[in-house]
Design a binder for this molecule. Structure first.
Ligand code: ADE
Length: 230
């Protein structure tokens, strides 16, 4: 199967490329797309650059130009839920855009007409991930991930996002990738390892834990690739 593996930052896909060892690369639309074979699958791997616009573009290219039939996102997130500690893994059940605001017209926060506040990820991919987590003996948290074009480093903003969307974690790309995959009818899965808790020390924690948390997520994603059928 053709599988897309996406991150937002170089650090999020580097552990995957390092494990693969051999791959080719192609430049297209301002990004580098890496291609490799792994566990009987054809992989296309890329990091988009940060934010909703770049991630939507990269996801679209992976589906349309490279013909990916499944998209797996690997990366880091800021934790909202008190249950999530740095290094913990969360898979998105649903994703929303916390910075979409047309409430002036009476719409709920995060709502875009002709779309929906939440976009759900693929049930089968989440089930597979849960099985893998049991086999690997790791805790895999499942919850709502809120996305926006903001690095959140404030307890007030974090708790607003948590309350408004019942979100457990936040980041800057998941919901835009979800939107692309949903509209193309391609199953997707968003996995994040916690790098910080989106409060006053988020910037320092992010820099400290980006690499180690990205590695945790990447390792799990490669395990999923191994266990995906044709
Ligand atoms: N990704 C990881 N930590 C984040 C934060 N605090 N805000 C936005 N995206 C993040």
């Amino acid at each position: 199967m053709k599988i897309a593996i996406m991150g937002a930052m170089r650090e999020e896909i580097e552990p995957i490329l390092n494990t693969l060892g051999e791959y080719t690369s192609e430049e297209y639309a301002g990004n580098v797309f890496y291609r490799a074979e792994y566990a009987g699958h054809e992989l296309v791997i890329a990091y988009s650059k940060i934010g909703k616009v770049f991630s939507a573009m990269t996801a679209s290219v992976m589906l349309e130009r490279y013909g990916a039939k499944v998209l797996l996102f690997s990366g880091v997130a800021g934790g909202i839920s008190k249950d999530l500690k740095i290094g913990d893994l969360i898979m998105a059940s649903k994703l929303c855009q916390h910075d979409v605001d047309i409430t002036a017209f009476g719409h709920p926060d995060g709502f875009i007409p002709e779309s929906s506040v939440m976009i759900g990820s693929d049930d089968d991919l989440r089930s597979l991930a849960s099985e893998i987590a049991v086999d690997m003996g790791i805790d895999l948290y499942e919850g709502i991930i809120a996305t926006g074009d903001q690095f959140v480093a404030s307890s007030e903003r974090k708790s607003w996002i948590g309350k408004t969307f019942h979100a457990d974690a936040l980041e800057m790309e998941g919901a835009s990738v979800a939107c692309v995959c949903h509209n193309f009818g391609v199953p997707f899965f968003v996995l994040r390892a916690i790098s910080d808790t989106a409060d006053g020390s988020a910037d320092v924690d992010f820099d400290t834990f980006l690499q180690s948390s990205a590695q945790v997520s990447a390792k799990f994603i490669l395990e999923m690739v191994k266990r995906l059928g044709d």
